[in-house]
Design a protein around this ligand. Structure first.
Ligand SMILES: [Fe+2]
Length: 340
């Protein structure tokens, strides 16, 4: 009996140390991103470091709620979002911690990271308009503000307002012109819509291709993805479409980021920082740029050919944290003007 207790004790010790060993060699990732490219990058990271990546995917707002509920018991080591607004919210909620790393400091320019180094951009995307090539010269778009004018009546197609990309665009409008102006603008966009919002950004570009509407408001990387799509309609629509970079009258083209942050209660801090640096390595940045058609943050990596073909633009320079600050106002405005 005594012997079997001893054996059981030993076995427990081995099991506990084994599970600790496994626990130590992981990084737990809460991510809003949902791309095959990310999985490819995570696998590369595991191959190079031996650190296993455990992934939880959900909308950033849900992940933040979950971390608030989990408190110090959260398994999350890093948070990845598709916008700066939610990172700013997570910071304000005290869920993040600063990372002071020479590599991150020199790689991520100050306008692409939090002023206290609590979050960092990993990629950029511009929110632009797309028209059919046959309408070049017939439809002119210079400013986001103008899209609300009656001359674009019946032309505009855009996804639902529950999407963070639209919330951040409207938050940027608030940052530039104030809440009253942004409300009038959103009302004008709703009045100019071809149809009530539905589908994702690819769906809007495809509808421009098939002549349903004339102007799609979308993120650049979707257009890049369409160029290599196995879906013939999507590929044709991309071939026949032209990206136009609108800008704010007192600024540039709206750019949002995908970003990463270290969680305050991370149990694998070293692994997490290694993971953050890996996402900003040349290897990973190349994949983000060439497989997911995003703008790389690392200067030495070039954009994909199709993305370069969209042309150059001047990025808007409002601090990205404002997208978080005005998110609630933006959502309220969408509700008021009936942008579904
Ligand atoms: Fe997206």
């Amino acid at each position: 009996m005594k012997n079997s207790f001893l054996r059981l004790g030993l076995l427990l010790c081995v099991l506990i140390s084994l599970s600790y060993a496994n626990d130590d060699n992981v990084v737990n990732v809460y991510s809003h991103r949902h791309y095959a490219t990310d999985l490819q990058i995570f696998n590369l990271f595991t191959k190079e470091t031996g650190i296993k990546v455990n992934l939880v995917q959900a909308k950033a707002k849900e992940l933040i709620k979950r971390m608030q509920a989990e408190g110090s018991r959260t398994p999350a080591d890093v948070l990845i979002t598709v916008d700066a607004g939610n990172l700013a919210t997570a910071k304000a909620d005290g869920l993040l911690q600063a990372v002071h790393s020479k590599y991150l400091d020199k790689t991520v320019p100050s306008y692409l990271r939090d002023k206290d180094d609590e979050w960092f951009a990993i990629t950029e995307r511009a929110r632009v308009t797309v028209i059919a090539k046959k309408n070049i010269g017939k439809i002119h778009i210079k400013y986001y503000e103008d899209l609300a004018k009656p001359k674009y009546k019946g032309m505009i197609m855009v996804r639902s307002s529950s999407n963070i990309y639209n919330q951040s665009l409207l938050a940027a409008m608030i940052a530039h012109h104030g809440k009253a102006y942004a409300l009038k603008w959103a009302k004008g966009i709703v009045a100019n819509m071809t149809r009530s919002p539905r589908g994702n950004d690819i769906y809007q570009v495809a509808a421009v291709g098939s002549g349903i509407g004339k102007i799609a408001i979308v993120n650049t990387y979707y257009v890049g993805k369409m160029s290599v799509s196995k879906n013939f309609t999507e590929q044709m629509a991309e071939e026949q479409s032209k990206v136009i970079f609108p800008r704010f009258k007192n600024g540039g083209t709206h750019v949002n980021i995908s970003g990463i942050a270290l969680i305050k209660y991370s149990k694998h801090r070293k692994n997490a920082i290694r993971f953050m640096k890996f996402l900003l390595s040349k290897e990973a940045q190349k994949l983000f740029a060439h497989k997911n058609f995003e703008y790389p943050v690392l200067k030495s990596v070039k954009s994909a050919k199709v993305v370069k073909g969209f042309g150059k633009f001047k990025r808007d320079t409002i601090p990205l944290a404002l997208l978080g600050k005005y998110n609630k106002d933006a959502v309220e405005i969408f509700d008021t003007v009936g942008w579904r």
